[in-house]
Design a protein around this ligand. Sequence first.
Ligand code: TYD
Length: 135
Amino acid sequence: MTLEWINFVPRGDERGVLVAIESGRDVPFEIKRIYTLHGLHPGAVRGGHAHKVLRQVIVCLSGSCLIDLDDGRSTQSVPLDDPARGLVLAPMVWHEMRAFSPGCVLMVLAAAHYDEADYIRDRAEFLKRANAASA
Ligand code: TYD
């Protein structure tokens, strides 16, 4: 699976670092929704689903975690720990976030409003659809 990272421009000086993310410019879609995750228990697993069409970019704003990705053909475990870098979460990729450090904060930029109908939460259904798509 090819990972698609977006390197944002960190504007740092002696006061700290500013990162600007513009809809349609720094991410390859118009941002319709932003959600964040914080207060994450170190042993928790978040995600555990794929999306049918939704495109997202995930950024770790503070701390670190791992994201496990599975497109039905291969799997990868990727560290997220850089607030100036976003990982593109394509549709039809099963993803789980885990191993949260203390103070880990995640931000997700999404191309559509929340729509439960776009979720595939059943692992068997995901594998069936992923295999059918690659056949
Ligand atoms: P859930 O899908 O369980 O989160 P995760 O993918 O991190 O495991 O979502 C938790 C709750 O939040 C669930 O009731 C749905 C709701 N939710 C929204 O209302 N809007 C959103 O944009 C998202 C992502 C979730």
